[in-house]
Design a protein. Structure first.
Lengths: 312, 408
């Protein structure tokens, strides 16, 4: 009876047919959906990474037809040569300046904007502008602003009775100057992340704090705002660390690593070794070490901060 | 414990008036419920009393002292919030300790290392620990002090919120729908516990709720608040039996009070649907009136007793100890719907779809004028004299079968 009915009524027979052809199992359909992503991941991430690791064990120079296995020679050179060491030290120093100050400034701006009644949108957009503008273009503006003789910053210093500075060509000043530019750029980014975090804090908690006697701004901040921003803070700190370790544009456009390698940073060293001196094997070795360092740093950071942070 | 006086309180949010002149006096140690539908302004009233919100006009007095504009901590109030508002990053013990830490330690003394430098701070911290232990034992959460709020059940969180409110021994408790996030069984038991706790401590309490059962079972007096006004203040019995406003009458009681359109015509109150005179009220001005009767005061009989109002039986609900019979008054089944609460045996004599006959006990009728105000000039008569349809209400023995509305 039932077969008769399905034959006699093709519409209902079509309606009950499963969406996938019967010979394709669920697993196969699942793989079908994942496959495009896996191919892209393999082509654009895994294969290049593997290629870099392989090249780090060779003496290949860009443009040369010959290639031979070099063992750990590149890694040995990396540990003994001066430039990578200076570069690593500069990068770490730079990250240590940029990360805490970008986070603190962003948090301060976010709390300030969230608490203000007027012009919230205006202030928010103004602070976010540096994030959306091209760093290289902004670097040119900064170059003008910081120019030893023509720059308005030095004019301001002179007006205030202070000696003018060679911000980008003084070995002691160049790294803090680049850090300041990065903080200016990053603060808007961290601010937006913190603003999102602030929005998720329930108003009743602030009311409870007020009734419990924590009603001064500073007390409210430490009792409610800061602890409840914990998860956001972990995320922002890690993002900022990674961003500041990857500094390149400002160095490449403003200082070229100078003066006397005072602003030499990891990505710039890799770029120079690989694409200016054509030492691909050596540049690959630096890259491998650098990536491993960032990976370990991120994991350690996550573990450490995760323990002290409350998640809902 | 504090004596609270709210005088002509007004508040608007932008162009929207939320409180339109609230007057309310709360005696020392009294437990008062502010009952009203959502959006009536009851939570705003609570926040204004707490000091979390500023009011536009009027005054709030605590023990005769005007507290307008004072910060919540100087008003000596404690609030239990609907969401409990526990600090999620602190343990239960830290949550409870916070109000004491903020009150008893100065800003410098609160710094983490100061306890190692100052004996006074060490002693205060020890006192705070004792206070936390005492408050925890009052609500029986001693075993939970080291947990974080996320590790607690809804009922446990609610207890922590209560303990945090009572730890400072405030002179006024403000509770904002504290039971609305609990399941039904837990709600019933927590109701009794909160009342007991409040009695033990003797602290004045304002309890905001939209749940009439909570208000009726917990509070000494209920203030019914509708559209930013308090329409009636009284005990649960007073409001149930003597509603002064039709909105209060409808808000209290399940099922709702039955309400019929009627007219007053030279003292005779007629049901608009049937034209039957249900009561003589010589005091009523001629014009439209609303006639209210509680479901348990509506007597239904299957045969016409002579003076019965014919009604169409539409539905019958058996509830165990009682039964509800739904009827339509006037115009067949399209008439004004009404509910009668009967004992199950009587209800069984009624057949759905058939005509039954209703009698309104004159003494149990509530008459309201066109604005919904009670027409009864005699409404302050002692409750014990209210006659009841079944003779079960207290004082029924000395009830007199007089119509409630008499001349004057």
């Amino acid at each position: 009876m039932s077969t008769d009915a399905s034959v006699a009524d093709p519409i209902s027979a079509a309606a009950v047919r499963p969406a996938a052809p019967p010979h394709l199992s669920n697993t196969a359909v699942g793989w079908g959906f994942v496959l495009p992503f896996l191919v892209l991941l393999a082509v654009f991430v895994l294969a290049p990474t593997a290629a870099v690791v392989v090249m780090s064990f060779t003496d290949w120079k860009l443009g040369e037809a010959t290639i031979s296995f070099a063992g750990f020679e590149n890694y040995r050179a990396l540990l003994t040569e001066r430039v990578p060491r200076i570069s690593a030290a500069n990068t770490i120093l730079y990250a240590l300046m940029v990360t805490p100050l970008s986070v603190a400034l962003g948090l301060w701006l976010a709390v300030l904007i969230e608490g203000s009644r007027l012009g919230r949108t205006v202030f928010r957009s103004a602070c976010f502008l540096p994030v959306v503008s091209t760093t290289v273009a902004m670097a040119i503006v900064w170059e003008f602003l910081l120019h030893p003789t023509l720059g308005p910053v030095n004019s301001a210093l002179l007006l205030a009775g202070l000696p003018p500075q060679r911000f980008l060509s003084d070995a002691d000043l160049v790294l803090p100057t680049l850090a300041a530019i990065a903080i200016w750029e990053n603060a808007g980014y961290t601010m937006v992340l913190f603003l999102a975090g602030l929005k998720s804090i329930s108003g009743e908690l602030y009311d409870a704090a007020t009734v419990d006697g924590a009603d001064r701004p500073w007390e409210r901040f430490w009792t409610v705002t800061f602890p409840l921003l914990g998860p956001t803070l972990v995320f922002v700190v890690i993002i900022m660390l990674l961003r500041s370790f990857r500094v390149f544009e400002t160095v490449a456009t403003l200082t070229g690593g100078g003066p006397r390698r005072a602003s030499e940073v990891m990505l710039f060293t890799i770029y120079q070794e690989g694409f200016q001196f054509f030492q691909i094997g050596y540049a690959s070795a630096i890259t491998v070490i650098f990536v491993l360092f960032l990976l370990v740093l991120t994991l350690v950071n996550f573990r450490l901060m995760d323990r002290t942070v409350h998640y809902k | 414990m504090a004596h609270i006086e709210i005088r002509n309180l007004e508040k608007s949010f932008g162009d929207t008036p939320v409180l339109r002149g609230i007057d309310l006096t709360i005696e020392r140690g009294e437990f008062i419920a502010v009952l009203g539908p959502s959006g009536c302004g009851k939570s705003t009233l609570l926040r204004i009393v707490a000091g979390l919100e500023a009011h536009d006009r009027g005054h709030i007095l605590m023990d005769g002292r005007v507290v307008d504009g004072l910060a919540p901590k100087t008003r000596d109030v404690a609030v239990v919030f609907q969401s409990y508002a526990l600090y999620p990053h602190m343990t239960v013990a830290q949550n409870l300790a916070l109000p004491l830490v903020m009150r008893d330690l100065t800003r410098a003394e609160r710094l983490p290392f100061v306890r190692y430098l100052s004996g006074r701070v060490r002693r205060t911290r020890a006192d705070i620990r004792d206070g936390v232990a005492r408050a925890a034992s009052l609500v029986k959460i001693e075993g939970l002090l080291d947990r974080k709020p996320a590790q607690l059940s809804g009922g446990q969180r609610q207890r922590v919120a209560l303990a945090r409110a009572l730890i400072r021994k405030p002179s006024l408790f403000l509770l904002d729908e504290p039971l609305s996030n609990l399941d039904a069984t837990l709600r019933a038991s927590t109701r009794a516990e909160i009342v007991q706790l409040q009695r033990t401590l003797g602290t004045t309490a304002i309890y905001v709720t939209h749940d009439q059962t909570e208000a009726m079972t917990m509070a000494d007096r209920i203030a019914i608040m509708i559209e930013g006004r308090i329409v009636q203040v009284g005990t649960a019995r007073e409001i149930y039996h003597r509603p002064t406003d039709v909105r209060a009458a409808l808000f209290i009681g399940t099922p709702k009070m039955n309400l019929f359109d009627g007219t007053a015509d030279n003292g005779a109150i007629r049901l608009a649907a049937t034209g039957a005179v249900v009561v003589q009220a010589t005091g009523a001005r001629n014009g439209p009136v609303q006639i209210g009767i509680r479901p348990e005061h509506m007597v239904l009989v299957p045969e016409d007793p002579g003076d019965g109002i014919p009604v169409a039986t539409t539905h019958r609900e058996f509830l165990g100890s009682e039964a509800l019979v739904h009827v339509a008054v006037g115009d067949g089944t399209q008439g004004t719907p009404a509910v009668a609460r009967l004992d199950p045996d009587t209800a069984d004599t009624m057949t759905v779809g058939r005509t039954a006959y209703a009698r309104f006990r004159p003494g149990a009728l509530h008459l309201f004028d066109g604005e919904g105000k009670c027409l009864d000039p005699d409404r302050h008569r002692p409750l014990s004299r209210i006659p009841s349809a079944f003779g079960q209400e207290d004082g029924a023995s000395d009830a007199q079968p007089v119509p409630r509305i008499v001349g004057g």
